[in-house]
Each structure stands twice: as structure tokens, then as C-alpha cells.
Design a protein around this ligand. Structure first.
Ligand code: PTJ
Length: 261
């Protein structure tokens, strides 16, 4: 495969190749786990199925997520190896806009990788990064995966956790937290367990969320609460699956033309 610099921006798969390259770079820098490459591959496949765009259902979930983050009393943004490789500056920027800390919270935990991710976030201007000295455990998870920090995820009322594992997502919800996730697979356990599921690529979802939070920052609390009252995550997931079906049906006709008589 050619180096990224050899791929012209006009290449039809340029954005997707750039994203892939960032995850590879994350692995080389010890920020992203090797399993992150597999997760990215799965994500790419689902992104292809939705047409590599923010669907109407995802846009609605992003609006609900922005409202939930703005209404939260103790929001925390969780960062794993893939988010750190793909959207480090955006995570820091979103954290600043809503006055939330970040917490490094990784599935395949090594202390070295936690430290590298935290340093990486600080290099993008993050002021408050938890995760290097966990002092609490999320009930119902094994030791390494349970690690959390008081004042961070452990005490949060709303946790924004892109690309989360299903077990941990369920454990956070059991603790009474509202969980916002970004997951391109609308059928995953994480997608079905979360309070708000954004079925979008994290590289599109974060800039969208930043714009929405900026737009909605001055809104009345009652208007933000109204968005959440009207929000139905199961309906959003159903619509996300329908978007895949519609997109596939539309893409199928050119294949028909190619097939031999
Ligand atoms: O850094 P760590 O140790 O915390 O590990 C992070 C990964 C993501 C490797 C770990 O949590 C994991 O194994 O996740 P899964 O179970 O593979 O789930 C990842 C989910 O994220 C899958 O449903 C993918 O479709 C989805 N996904 C992958 N890339 C993206 C994505 N969703 C949104 N944007 C992406 N770029």
C-alpha cells in the first residue's frame, strides 16, 4: 500500500484511508492497541454500509447527545486508544466547551498505554485528564476493566464513551449513569444498551457534536430537556438499520447492470 502522502485527496477512498492511517500511526506510537486495528476494520465495513455519511438518525442522536452533555451536572468524556488516535483534539475541544474532564479508560489495559494516551491528550491542551491513578472500581467487571477514578467516570452522571465494550457499557448503565456512545454498528450490545447511541464515524461525530454544543450552549434548560424527552434510542437504532437497507438497495442497481445476462 502506498504511503498516505502518495494518495491524492481526489482518491475516492481518501477520507477512509486517512482515518485508517491515523489508527496505524496510533499503534506505532503505542497509543492504540493492536486490537484497535481490527475494531477500525469493523467500523469501516459498517461505515461503507451507511454510505460514509452522517445519516438523519445519527444527526438526531448527536443533537440529543449535545443536549444531554449541556444539561449534565458531572459529565466526563472517556478516551480509549482508537479515539485518542482519531479525534484527540476534538475530544479536548469538546471537554473544554462543556467544562468536563477527560478520563483514559481502556479495554486492553496497560499502564504504559494509559500514560501515553494521557500525555497525548495533554499535548492537545487537555487540562484535566484522569485515568493514570484509578482509585475506584465499577461493580460487576473484572479487575483491570473495572478501574475508574473518583471525580471522573466513577462519579459522573453522564459519560460520553465512544467505541465502548458492551460489558462495560452495561455496567455503567447499571450504576445509574446516562451513557452516550458512538458506534457504527447499530446492532452491537453497546449500541443497544446506551442511553444515546450515535451510529456515525467518530471522525464525523465529534466535529458535529462540537458545532451543536456551540449552537445550543445558550439555550434554555427546558428546551434542552424537551429534546431529551422526545428522544427514543430504540427508534434511532431501528432507523439506522433502515438507512443501511435503503443505502444497499440504492447501490444494488449499478451491480445489476454489471452482471452478465
Ligand atoms: O484502546 P482500548 O484497549 O480501549 O480498545 C479499544 C477497542 C475499540 C479496540 C475495544 O474497545 C474493542 O475491541 O472494541 P470492539 O468490541 O471491537 O468494538 C468497537 C466498535 O466500534 C465496533 O462496533 C465498531 O463497529 C465500532 N467502530 C470502529 N471504528 C469506529 C467505530 N465506530 C465509530 N467510529 C469508528 N471510527
Amino acid at each position: 500500500m502506498p504511503a498516505l502522502s502518495d494518495v491524492p485527496p481526489s482518491h475516492p477512498r481518501y477520507a477512509s484511508l486517512m482515518t485508517r492511517e491515523k489508527v496505524v500511526e496510533g499503534v506505532e506510537r503505542g497509543i492504540t492497541g493492536r486490537n484497535g486495528l481490527i475494531a477500525q476494520g469493523r467500523g469501516e465495513a459498517f461505515d461503507y454500509l451507511i454510505g460514509e455519511r452522517t445519516t438523519a438518525a445519527a444527526a438526531e442522536a448527536e443533537r440529543a447527545a449535545a443536549a444531554m452533555l449541556l444539561l449534565a451536572e458531572r459529565p466526563v468524556l472517556s478516551v480509549n486508544g482508537n479515539a485518542a488516535a482519531l479525534v484527540p483534539g476534538e475530544m479536548v475541544s469538546l471537554a473544554k466547551r462543556i467544562g468536563a474532564p477527560l478520563e483514559v479508560n481502556i479495554f486492553y489495559r496497560t499502564e504504559e498505554r494509559v500514560r501515553r494516551i494521557a500525555d497525548h491528550l495533554r499535548s492537545f491542551g487537555a487540562e484535566e485528564v484522569f485515568g493514570e491513578e484509578p482509585d475506584a472500581a465499577i461493580p460487576g467487571l473484572d479487575h483491570a476493566r473495572a478501574k475508574a477514578t473518583r471525580g471522573g467516570i466513577f462519579d459522573a452522571d453522564v459519560v460520553f464513551v465512544p467505541l465502548e465494550d458492551g460489558d462495560r457499557c452495561e455496567a455503567l448503565v447499571r450504576m445509574g449513569k446516562r451513557v452516550i456512545t458512538v458506534d457504527l454498528n447499530p446492532l452491537s450490545r453497546t449500541a443497544r444498551t446506551s442511553t444515546v447511541t450515535i451510529v456515525d464515524n467518530v471522525v464525523r461525530a465529534l466535529p458535529n457534536l462540537i458545532s451543536l454544543v456551540e449552537e445550543m450552549a445558550g439555550w434554555d434548560g427546558a428546551d434542552l430537556a424537551g429534546i431529551l424527552e422526545a428522544y427514543d434510542n430504540t427508534a434511532i437504532l431501528r432507523r439506522s438499520v433502515e438507512e443501511v437497507i435503503t443505502h444497499l438497495a440504492r447501490s444494488f442497481s449499478p451491480l445489476d447492470e454489471l452482471s452478465p445476462p
